[in-house]
Design a protein. Structure first.
Lengths: 527, 62
């Protein structure tokens, strides 16, 4: 047995689906894991103070809300591997608490980390809530970067963080809090939807080129549309093309970005293929959020981070909300690089967010009524490295031709380049956007419920077969549960952090299930 | 070609057995080992397993 140096089980790829104990399968060291644990703990302690202040009717400054969301974001899987950056965040958080607290809350090292909670059900629920809050914090942070805030969401994040340190709360209290986290998950995704669409317009049906051009390129990855906008502005006329990677693909669907002639297309696939693809890209890569894989030496000097992302030895570009970030050094590097090596050619289609689908509602409803569309299957979520995820490509291929896939997030890379055809002009893969755009899928489902005069979302011809990897998928899941969606299939494995009793609650009350064989699940989900 | 998993370094996380299940398997010590040769068919998966190994415990041997 290896000596236990850390404990982390927050992602789907955690060692043996039990927990990483020596180093993270994601590539983080035990030292970085310990610092992340400390940062989560200090953020919870700060949240105790801010929650008490709000209770007394005192306002909490936006900067504190932003500190909390960035701190949580830093600890999301594959976001930040930089010990110095995490230490700085811990110090800032302690200083902030010191400024606010009239009397200090108790603190002991024994309270840091997942295993500090000994009861396995309480531990499971505390972690489920904490991971959901991390996802919610990520979405809030992107909205904050577009100068949109929701004090109710921030107050909840902090109240719920504080609650995970409260030993007086029972299993039932924490189950209720997990569902409330889902409620605020919906609010957080709505906030980000408003931020993105008010700044850049409503996504529309768009063909995205997946080939390459002859100019040197910059590859931008992650979720942050404001970073993309600044990069496009600063590269205009510079003889450089900007390509999106992974979760940045849906940015092409927004009208505001179509005016940039150097916004070339999408390069590569989901996050886990980046080692090979970044090498071939040849130019600088900007990671605006998580999904950083420890880089190979061959391209490490071309990997840049910004926002909550970080990797030791890679250059980081700072910038406060509302400020222009300075990408000039990255752009200068791009000018000296050869153009990207083509790895694919063709186009993919997306842009089926709520307003675009509502515009097509008549056509969609008619197709359902006529029987041309028998069912919709939501296959949103994350992609990952495990071979077991081939299930999702096989499932998509095996779906009957009268079934439409609704998707969001990087899970789509398992099937968005297959030619699955269309139904009377409606593509069989409707991509709403990034994982947070699962909010669009929820709005579409609610609209269909209304149009068909149903009293329950579960009566729609709609099934959920969701893939998860990291914590943003946890908040999407909790949001769906809050919206009353039942019988979600979640894979490729159920989270290791669900204790058997907590899993039982989810199975009995919400019909949550794992995945089985493609054939069996096809019978269950499509009939 | 056959992959080799350094038993001292392996932490038994199961990533390689998940990425390339036809090449890697867990042994009785809870560590991964290569149980078959690398072929054209599985070469890509083996490469991903080598690159993804969090402790760089896997290498290719002749």
């Amino acid at each position: 047995m290896n000596e236990q140096k850390m404990f982390c089980w927050q992602c789907q790829e955690t060692a043996g689906n039990k927990g990483c104990t020596v180093c993270g399968v994601c590539g983080k060291t035990a030292d970085v894991a310990a610092l992340q644990d400390e940062l989560v703990y200090e953020t919870k302690r700060l949240s105790q103070v801010t929650t008490a202040l709000r209770k007394d009717g005192k306002p909490v400054d936006k900067d504190i809300n932003h500190l909390v969301t960035v701190n949580l974001f830093i600890t999301i899987t594959n976001a930040n591997f930089d010990a110095d950056a995490i230490k700085a965040a811990i110090a800032k958080t302690k200083t902030m608490r010191g400024k606010l607290a009239t009397k200090d809350t108790k603190s002991t090292k024994d309270m840091v980390g997942v295993l500090a909670t000994t009861d396995e059900d309480i531990r499971s629920l505390r972690e489920l809530i904490t991971y959901g809050l991390k996802g919610l914090a990520a979405y809030s942070k992107h909205a904050n970067a577009l100068m949109q805030d929701d004090e109710d969401v921030d107050a909840f994040i902090q109240r719920a963080l504080a609650a995970t340190l409260d030993d007086s709360l029972s299993v039932n209290d924490l189950i209720a809090l997990a569902l409330e986290t889902g409620k605020f998950g919906v609010a957080g995704m709505a906030l980000l939807d408003k931020a993105n669409t008010s700044a850049y317009g409503n996504p529309e049906i768009t063909e995205v080129d997946i080939g390459v051009r002859a100019n040197p390129g910059i590859l931008i990855s992650g979720h942050d549309l404001r970073d993309l906008e600044m990069l496009l502005e600063q590269t205009a006329g510079a003889g450089i093309d900007v390509y999106t990677h992974s979760e940045m693909l849906p940015s092409h669907y927004y009208p505001a970005f179509k005016k940039y002639p150097h916004f070339a297309g999408n390069y590569g696939n989901a996050w886990w293929k980046q080692k090979e693809e970044f090498e071939k890209f040849n130019g600088p890569i900007l990671m605006t959020t998580n999904c950083v894989v420890p880089p190979a030496a061959s391209y490490k000097d071309r990997l840049w981070t910004t926002g909550a992302a970080g990797f030791p030895g890679c250059r980081h570009i700072d910038g406060e909300y509302g400020e222009q970030k300075d990408f000039s050094a990255l752009i200068e590097q791009a000018k000296k690089c050869p153009p990207p090596t083509g790895i694919e050619s063709g186009k993919i289609v997306g842009g089926f967010a709520h307003e675009q689908v509502f515009a097509l509602a008549g056509k969609v409803v008619e197709a359902v009524k006529s029987g041309a569309i028998r069912k919709f299957v939501v296959m949103a979520g994350c992609d990952g490295r495990h071979k077991s995820r081939d299930y999702y490509a096989e499932f998509a291929k095996a779906l009957p031709k009268d079934v439409v896939i609704l998707t969001a997030g990087c899970a789509k890379y398992k099937y968005n380049k297959l030619d699955l055809g269309d139904i009377g002009g409606i593509p069989r893969v409707l991509d709403a956007g990034q994982c947070n755009d699962s909010y669009s899928l929820a709005l579409i489902a609610l609209r269909l419920k209304e149009v068909f005069g149903l009293d329950d979302i579960n009566k729609l011809p709609l099934a959920f077969n969701i893939a998860w990897y990291e914590q943003k998928a946890v908040i999407v899941l909790l949001a769906l549960l809050y919206l009353g969606v039942k019988n979600i299939h979640l894979g490729p494995t159920l989270p290791a952090f669900l204790s058997s009793n907590v899993a039982k609650v989810l199975v009995e009350n919400f019909g949550i299930a794992g995945i089985g064989s493609v054939d069996d699940d096809m019978k269950l989900l499509v009939g | 070609m056959r992959a080799y998993v350094d038993q001292e370094l392996c932490i038994g996380c199961g990533l390689c057995t998940s990425i390339a299940p036809d090449v890697f398997a867990m042994n009785a010590d809870g560590k991964a080992e290569a149980v078959s040769d690398t072929t054209d068919a599985n070469g890509e998966s083996v490469k991903q397993a080598i690159e993804g190994c969090p402790v760089a415990a896997i290498r290719e041997t002749e």
